[in-house]
Design a protein around this ligand. Sequence first.
Ligand code: ADP
Ligand code: ADP
Length: 227
Amino acid sequence: MNILEVKNLSKVYGKGETAVTALDNISFSVKKGEFVCIIGPSGSGKSTLLHLLGGVDRPSSGKVFIDETDIYNLNETQLAIFRRRQIGLIYQFYNLIPILTVEENITLPMLLDEHEVDGSQFNKIVESLGLKDRLSHLPNQLSGGQQQRVSIGRALITNPAIILADEPTGNLDSKNSAEIMELLKMFNKIYNQTLIVITHDERIALQADRIISIKDGKIAKDEVIRP
Ligand code: ADP
Ligand code: ADP
């Protein structure tokens, strides 16, 4: 089953002579449980693609289906709810809320939609992430690697259709970087959590099952490296 389908997706910024085609008619699909890296040089369209897969911008043309929902056919309110439940976003700089504790940061996506937090799901996640004795800490009391683990917890708590990670190790040293990749791969393999990582780092990309290379807004290569 395809958990993600991207169909003829294009994004043009600006108009007329100054228009920039950031994404040019891209199509691909991702199966449930796949771990895909999207790699490309600066300016190739990675951020634009990430924003469109994450439901935070609108395409110039084309469609994005996540778990069979045509996400840009939703109105703003529906899209905001869909995004919080079905798309787990992980950023390079964590984007945690500084005045909320670790526990509050992780459970926030549930509380925003007035959903009850499933205690056993929460425990399973914080134990896997090694955050059990950090739950009442604030983000600035944690190391970068710990903060990124909190943001992974926040991404997983809603049991989303896909996890989208934007340079998740870009701000970490090599030891923490390896640890974060191991955690993401563990959730991918053990819980069949679909994982899409955007990176310009070949060493990260080589850990995926499949690498999609983008160049000048087009797919230059799409190769399965671990069938
Ligand atoms: P990457 O993330 O791979 O560096 P981007 O998606 O940020 O690539 O950019 C792709 C192209 O689109 C670049 O030429 C960039 O300058 C342009 N671009 C990105 N965002 C905007 C924007 N908001 N307005 C105008 N041009 C943009
Ligand atoms: P990345 O570090 O992922 O390559 P960029 O530096 O390309 O990101 O872009 C950072 C932000 O600036 C993005 O939100 C992108 O949409 C925006 N942006 C990139 N290029 C331009 C541009 N030429 N004009 C306006 N905004 C841009």
